[in-house]
Design a protein around this ligand. Structure first.
Ligand code: F6R
Length: 235
């Protein structure tokens, strides 16, 4: 894995941005895998400030909370509209439907569209417990799209976005690790000291389901973009 250490989140976002630029320089119909959360915001800001054109490309997001309507301010659908899609429309943008009535059909729909649009570049953040997407520690590396029960630590970490902890949904749909690994290229960003242990486990620990991100050691084309605080525990 290639590691790039940047001075701050803004520079991290600029660095990740160049990967988007490079993909679009090769062809106009790129399939991008996108993430939500705090981490990719600086990347989306850099993209929004650019003249990149996504009108021939598709995006497939990693995950969505079960139960939230697309216009719920904490839904990942809403987040993507607010931070990226309203400024940079894609030909098609896909997220799991958190309100799907038939869960199995929704999971099958997502797997089918991932098969139809093999990802060229997947953008990832990392949870403090090493999760990627909502693949929590202990998740099989071979899973495709699935419904996840969020761990208490993830609910605690995400409570900051809700009025209180009780409002955080307990379940989410997530792309599986098996699907993430199929992306031709992966970039993972981590900023801040709270991520330092997860970053160390990912890069220096054994490949283990206890740290889902450690599976990235097995992928041939991963770049990890870290600020100094997130890199502080590395040997
Ligand atoms: C979000 C996602 C999660 C986050 C992770 C880090 O779509 O898949 O894995 O990347 O929870 O979240 P932040 O960036 O808020 O620290």
């Amino acid at each position: 894995m290639k590691i790039i250490i940047v001075k701050d989140e803004k520079q991290g976002g600029q660095t990740a941005y160049t990967f988007f630029e490079n993909e679009l320089a090769k062809k106009s119909n790129v399939a991008f895998g996108l993430a939500t959360g705090s981490t990719p915001l600086s990347t989306y800001r850099a993209i929004v400030a650019s003249d990149l054109d996504f009108s021939n490309s598709v995006s497939v997001n990693l995950d969505e909370y079960v139960g939230l309507a697309t216009d719920h301010p904490q839904s990942y659908n809403y987040y993507m509209q607010k931070n990226l899609f309203q400024f940079k429309p894609f030909k098609h943008s896909y997220l799991p439907n958190g309100q799907a009535v038939d869960e199995q059909s929704e999971i099958a729909r997502y797997d089918a569209l991932l098969a139809e649009h093999p990802l060229d570049l997947q953008l990832l953040g990392i949870g403090r417990n090493g999760h990627i997407g909502f693949n929590e520690p202990g998740t099989s590396f071979t899973l495709k799209t699935h419904k996840v029960e969020l761990m208490a630590s993830t609910i605690d970490a995400n409570a900051r976005f809700f009025k209180n902890k009780d409002e955080v949904p307990r379940y989410a749909y997530s792309m599986g690790i098996g699907s993430i690994l199929k992306s031709k290229k992966i970039i993972l960003e981590a900023f801040g000291a709270a991520k330092a242990q997860a970053v160390k486990d990912m890069l220096e620990g054994p490949v283990s389901e206890q740290c889902p991100a450690s599976v990235l050691q097995k992928h041939p084309d991963v770049t990890v973009i870290l600020d100094e605080a997130a890199a502080e525990k590395l040997n």
